[in-house]
Design a protein around this ligand. Structure first.
Ligand SMILES: [Fe+2]
Length: 314
């Protein structure tokens, strides 16, 4: 039958969720599928390689520094991974616009927290992350969105993820500007304490950054793996932990093909342009299921087991 042929062809490629191995618990499987969806939404913007991983890592580091309970740290890190799920509802012309959005475009962009919330409604794990998804663009001075909450009315998880998201945006390269140095982004956070960013959390984040404890995350797409530079587009090439010398990677912005080669020390893989371009098949967004599996096992398992919710208030 025709559908069987189609099914066989579709399943000839690794099944994203089924491949998140060693994730035995049903809730962990459900979470893994949600993380895969978030990955696919993020992949629509070619300049955000590694963004979800970095926001989740920064959030976990900040939660630990703030001495939040371990299960709350884990659920906030999950929120960091899922915070922009609602961007699936933002058109490409706005999502990928190089440069400043006009007022009408900004209004569309600002729908994403509520769209994300709607996507999660009725989901068995919604309680774990809904506050972060809905409220990560609120600000202590009340000038955020969607509800204009102020001060302690903003849940700690949303404040953590909002801060980490903004830091990653500042330190990441966009089509129209290079990412800024960590020290400069920390100074901007410092100047916006109690306005755009939570004061106590912001001070803890700045302290982490000034001790160099964010250096291994900024500009990386996994522990110990820096983003590689596309000759045309900048640091858009995501190298995965499972990649080996000789593997191909592609710039998701221009489609340029690169071959990974081990450096002199044999450890770090560098990207060398081949001069070719990826085919449509090669440029298909593909979630890093190994990374997602590790994230579920190493970080999320605790939150799921505890049925944790991020603490609502400080
Ligand atoms: Fe967002």
């Amino acid at each position: 039958m025709k559908w069987q042929l189609l099914w066989n062809r579709a399943s000839a490629r690794p099944n994203p969720v089924g491949n998140v191995s060693d994730v035995a618990d049903a809730n962990e499987q459900i979470l893994a599928s949600l993380l895969v969806m978030a990955w696919m939404v993020e992949a629509r913007d070619p300049y955000t390689g590694g963004h979800l991983w970095r926001v989740a890592r920064y959030a976990a580091l900040l939660c630990e520094a703030a001495r939040l309970p371990a299960d709350a740290c884990a659920s906030i890190a999950i929120g960091g991974f899922l915070h922009d799920l609602g961007k699936v509802g933002v058109p490409d012309a706005i999502l990928r616009k190089p440069g400043k959005l006009d007022d009408a475009e900004t209004a569309v962009m600002r729908t994403h927290p509520e769209v994300g919330m709607r996507m999660l409604s009725g989901h068995p794990l919604a309680e774990l992350v809904s506050a972060v998804v809905l409220l990560h663009h609120e600000r202590p001075d009340g000038r955020g969105y969607p509800h204009g909450l102020a001060g302690d009315a903003i849940p700690v998880g949303a404040a953590v993820v909002g801060l980490c998201d903004a830091f990653d945006a500042m330190t990441s390269t966009r089509p129209y500007r290079a990412g800024m140095p960590i020290s400069q982004a920390l100074s901007i956070i410092e100047s916006e304490l109690d306005r755009q960013f939570d004061g106590p959390l912001g001070r803890q984040f700045i302290a982490l950054g000034r001790k160099g404890l964010l250096d291994h995350v900024a500009g990386h797409s996994d522990d110990g793996i820096p983003l590689q530079r596309c000759l045309m587009c900048g640091p858009t090439l995501v190298v995965r932990r499972e990649h080996a010398s000789g593997d191909s990677v592609f710039c998701r912005s221009c489609g340029g093909a690169y071959r990974l080669e081990a450096g002199a020390d044999g450890a770090l893989l560098g990207a060398v342009a081949t001069g070719g371009r990826g085919s449509a098949r090669e440029l298909e967004p593909e979630p890093d299921t190994a990374l997602i599996g590790r994230f579920v096992r190493e970080t999320a398992r605790l939150a799921i087991a505890a049925g944790a919710q991020a603490p609502a208030r400080r």
